[in-house]
Design a protein around this ligand. Structure first.
Ligand SMILES: NC(=O)c1ccc[n+]([C@@H]2O[C@H](COP(=O)([O-])OP(=O)(O)OC[C@H]3O[C@@H](n4cnc5c(N)ncnc54)[C@H](OP(=O)(O)O)[C@@H]3O)[C@@H](O)[C@H]2O)c1
Length: 328
């Protein structure tokens, strides 16, 4: 059975990308063979496609950490041909051929049944980025954040994780302050729920100061670096920040002062190895109380023919919303 896939190959000049015909015999061993209808573009896919060894070590390789589609065959009784399913994280698209191919084969332990209330397409407009935004909000609320805590800062707000976080927090009744480097996207951010906009350079200001004025009732950080720790220094007493990304920097110019003077928390968020049961819980929320009726506003349609350009765009920090890859 042949199918199309984006293949990344290691060459003397670096890493090349081309569309190829593959055969299912070239897929890794696994319990569940899936006909992929949709994938999505995440920052990590761009790192994989450009040979970042922290993401992918074995080439040739097909990226795509997200996939949603229909089971073709399953050796595990939990799934049958025809089931609609979602796979995000674990090793998909890292060293296991991912959703930028029209078929994947994966262990049953990576597969979540598509929750009723979400279409395959909606599940991938969300994808890992949207799931991670929800996981950040879930963890912040478990730490005590409520709409009364104060405005919530979202960094990298026009990107994948950021835009879903803005939309979800606004839906849940939070006042959202959106940090963006894109002067052209203020209107978009307000449309999806931001109450105020913070220019990226303003979010960086004060990095040399030990503490900042108490402002934020919570924060979702997707960028790391100075912006992350400025947000921690600006949290109100007892409030929390969820850290999930590093597009600016994995390093943090930190001190213990905000922790010991303001009793604040910095929470780590990982969508990749999160146990399947907890993944399912977050998907059920996104299909239920946390469903986002305006999700289409974030959708940026892609195909296997256009995803390569979008990879360059996301690496340059220029992507807005969520790239949805539809297989023909
Ligand atoms: N922990 C996890 O499980 C998990 C899951 C998903 C993603 N992530 C991480 O979260 C981050 C965001 O992923 P994504 O898919 O949302 O990427 P994305 O769509 O590219 O969004 C990142 C956004 O950050 C902003 N930005 C870019 N470069 C920046 C810089 N140098 N300094 C400050 N802001 C910058 C831009 O938004 P503005 O122009 O609006 O500022 C950009 O759109 C990545 O680091 C990714 O690896 C982690």
């Amino acid at each position: 059975m042949g199918f199309r896939a984006l293949l990344i190959e290691k060459t003397d000049q670096g890493f090349s990308r081309r569309l190829v015909e593959r055969d299912i015999d070239q897929l890794p061993e696994g319990d569940v063979l899936i006909d992929v209808s949709f994938s999505s573009l995440n920052y990590k896919d761009a790192l994989s496609a450009t040979g970042n060894p922290g993401v992918t070590r074995n080439f040739p390789h097909t990226p795509g950490i997200d996939a949603a589609g229909t089971v073709l065959e399953s050796s595990d009784p939990a799934f049958s041909a025809g089931d609609q399913v979602v796979v995000i994280g674990f090793d998909l698209g890292m060293n296991t051929a991912g959703g930028f191919g029209e078929k994947i084969r994966v262990p049953a332990g990576w597969v979540v049944p598509l929750p009723s209330g979400l279409s395959l397409e909606q599940s991938m407009v969300l994808g890992t980025a949207g799931f991670t935004a929800a996981l950040c909000v879930h963890k912040l609320e478990a730490a005590g954040m409520t709409p009364d805590s104060g405005p919530v800062l979202v960094t990298g707000a026009s990107g994948g994780v950021g835009s879903v976080a803005v939309m979800l927090l606004a839906k849940l009744g939070y006042e959202v302050a959106a940090v963006t480097g894109k002067a052209t996207q203020h209107e978009f951010l307000k449309q999806i729920g931001a109450s105020s906009i913070v220019a990226r350079e303003d979010a960086r200001a004060g990095a040399d100061r030990p503490m900042l004025a108490e402002q934020w009732g919570g924060a979702v950080d997707t960028v790391g670096g100075e912006i992350l720790f400025n947000a921690v220094k600006g949290l109100r007493y007892g409030c929390s920040l969820a850290a999930c990304g590093l597009v600016d920097s994995p390093a943090i110019p930190a001190s213990v002062l905000p922790f010991i003077l303001r009793h604040v928390n910095m929470l780590g968020v990982d969508s990749v190895q999160l146990p399947l049961e907890q993944k399912r819980e977050i998907w059920l929320k996104l299909a239920g109380d946390w469903q986002l009726p305006e999700l289409d506003a974030l959708k940026r349609p892609l195909s296997l023919d256009t995803v390569s350009d979008a990879i360059d765009k996301i690496l340059a920090g220029e992507m807005v919303g969520r790239g949805l890859l539809a297989h023909g």
